[in-house]
Design a protein around this ligand. Structure first.
Ligand code: K1U
Ligand code: ZN
Length: 172
């Protein structure tokens, strides 16, 4: 089932999310809903707080259309265990901040550990868009948005645009 995506500013997007202690069928259904919501948006990642669920769960699929087969990843309790000194600049977007993009500098390569949907531990090294996306999604779990890396004036400008968008959407 597709879920509505929260738009910034929303207090739920600023919260630190809770670890997922056990994998239940409800958590697996939530992960499936998040993948459906992400693909429909369309997006390459989604974090649980973006649909108002304050648990440490993210999904991503950065496989490029036509070039690679889809690779949906579901990560419970993802953790960055190492990050490269080398950095990469990527023009990021966010499904909770529609139509706004800005360059963000992050480590180029990260090693991530997580629990998969079968409850098994996994560890993998990510580069390129995968590395950018997994860091962006883990930031969501810590209540951090990509605009928090921008200068205050730019951040304020984007926030005001989003407040206007929310007012317009509420009016219908
Ligand atoms: O977390 C999110 O809001 C999802 C976000 C992930 C992301 C994108 C770019 C850099 C870092 C993180 C998105 O998916 S925004 C939409 C997007 O980038 C996209 C949409 C369709 C095809 C390819 C990319
Ligand atoms: Zn985002």
């Amino acid at each position: 089932m597709k879920r509505p995506i929260l738009i910034h500013p929303d207090p739920r997007l600023k919260k630190v999310c809770a670890e997922v202690p056990d994998l239940t069928d409800a958590m697996r259904t939530l992960a499936d809903d998040m993948l459906e919501t992400m693909y429909a948006a369309p997006g390459v990642g989604l974090a649980a707080p973006q649909i108002g669920v304050l648990d440490r769960l993210i999904v991503l699929d950065c496989a490029k259309e036509d070039e690679e087969s889809p690779r949906p990843l579901v990560m419970f309790n993802p953790k960055i265990v190492s990050a490269s000194d080398e950095t990469n600049v990527y023009e990021e977007g966010c499904l909770s901040i529609p139509d706004q993009y800005a360059e963000v500098t992050r480590p180029k390569v990260v090693e991530v550990e997580w629990m998969n949907r079968d409850g098994n531990a996994e560890r993998e090294t990510f580069d390129g868009l995968w590395a950018t996306c997994v860091q962006h999604e883990i930031d969501h779990l810590d209540g951090k948005l990509f605009i928090d890396y921008l200068k205050p004036l730019k951040r304020q400008m984007i926030t005001r645009k989003m407040q206007k968008l929310k007012r317009e959407r509420a009016r219908g």
